[in-house]
Write a protein that binds this ligand. Structure first.
Ligand SMILES: [Zn+2]
Length: 214
């Protein structure tokens, strides 16, 4: 019993140290390797996250019944809508950024790394957020791999009309894959008035069109 005091002091020190280690580990988990990007590209990426982090829930601008009918964000992400949380969600999944040829795609995910094509840096900030959100979902495993879109897939690609998803691996068979989560994100932006209903709807429809049922 006599030496119980020094022991408890030591425990406090240990706890502080453990707390510090957990904190620094947590901070590191947000760090991503951007060494393959130019300073300008890195800046564009940073601006993308800063923009995302300004998007926080506000008063819902649409009719509540419609909101309740279509909102899926929380069921997909398991947390309420928050740009800051989505930013962390993406950053905990994408650990490395690279730049290079991406063929028919704007970006590609592979083993914790996202390869960004030239097109990514010419997109507006919202489209860049959507791309990162989509790619980050691929970090959650094979269940979110794409399936082949039907040969008669009739929808236009909103970003590039030269890209034809028909017969290509550009669709999802799960509701919460890369396309389902971007759709749910866009719906919230429309509901909170960050986007007009027209813009939110056409963007939402475009993403959700890639979610197909077998
Ligand atoms: Zn994808």
């Amino acid at each position: 019993m006599a030496d119980s005091k020094p022991h408890s002091k030591l425990s406090v020190q240990k706890l502080v140290l453990i707390g510090y280690l957990i904190f620094s580990f947590d901070t590191n988990s947000v760090y991503s390797d951007e060494s393959k990007l130019s300073a300008k590209q890195s800046k564009t990426l940073k601006e993308t996250f800063l923009y995302l982090e300004t998007l926080e829930p506000k008063k819902i601008k649409i009719d509540k019944t419609t909101y309740n009918r279509h909102t899926q964000f929380e069921s997909h992400f398991k947390f309420p809508f928050s740009g800051k949380k989505i930013s962390r969600w993406i950053q905990s999944r994408i650990k490395k950024y690279n730049y290079g040829a991406t063929g028919d795609y704007v970006a590609m995910y592979r083993e914790g790394e996202v390869l960004l094509g030239r097109g990514f840096f010419t997109l507006n900030r919202l489209d860049r957020v959507l791309i990162l959100l989509h790619e980050a979902r691929h970090a959650d495993g094979k269940i979110y791999s794409h399936v082949i879109c039907p040969d008669d897939f009739p929808y236009l690609n909103t970003r590039d009309w030269k890209i034809h998803p028909a017969g290509k691996k550009g669709c999802d068979s799960v509701p919460d894959g890369g396309y389902g989560i971007t759709a749910s994100f866009l719906f919230e932006l429309g509901a909170y008035g960050y986007l007009s209903q027209t813009e939110a709807a056409y963007r939402y429809n475009s993403e959700i069109s890639r979610v197909i049922r077998d």
